[in-house]
Design a binder for this molecule. Structure first.
Ligand code: 2AL
Length: 164
């Protein structure tokens, strides 16, 4: 939809439009209640910092909508189809799939949550390198990175919701 339309939607409809971008209630509420935005750029800039930083509970909820990297979601909802297109560029060779699966397992064992990265625009090699590097982080470092990655994914999704 155009920005003008987004600006004028009833609150509930505007919330429903942004929720598949990032399922953090405070984030959606902040965006919806800050309308009207003068430009798409202003909306995207606001969304990038809204409700920062996310709490641990917010991160957990938002992450619950993201399948593991390398595991294409099979659902029919908006989030599932967005995720599929974000992961569409990944190399699906057995060796890459195996390396991603091993990295995901190690990450989950260390941090007790799914490894999350903005996949769109990244090659499998870049994702694997990031996964290896992030395995060396502390939980605190990862918390900040996951917050940032969720916002990058949300920004790309929001660009799809509110067209240029
Ligand atoms: C995802 C996903 O579904 N889309 C994306 O950019 N990253 N998942 C993930 N575990 O990082």
């Amino acid at each position: 939809m155009q920005l003008e339309q987004f600006n004028q939607l009833p609150d509930e409809e505007a919330l429903a439009a942004v929720q598949p971008c990032l399922d953090v209630e405070r984030w959606g509420d902040a965006i919806v209640s800050s309308r009207p935005f003068a430009s798409r750029q202003e909306l995207l800039a606001f969304a990038a910092d809204a409700a920062a930083p996310f709490t641990e509970a917010e991160l957990e909820r938002a992450l619950s909508h993201h399948p593991r990297i390398g595991e294409r979601s099979t659902g029919e909802g908006t989030e599932a189809s967005l995720s599929r297109s974000e992961q569409a560029g990944l190399d699906t060779s057995p060796s890459t799939a195996q390396a991603l699966a091993a990295g995901n397992t190690a990450y989950e064992a260390k941090f007790d949550r799914v490894f999350l990265i903005r996949a769109a625009g990244r090659s499998s090699e870049e994702i694997l390198a990031a996964l290896q590097a992030r395995l060396g982080h502390t939980a605190e470092e990862e918390q900040a990175i996951v917050d940032h990655q969720l916002r990058e994914i949300a920004a790309l999704r929001l660009e799809g919701v509110v067209s240029a």
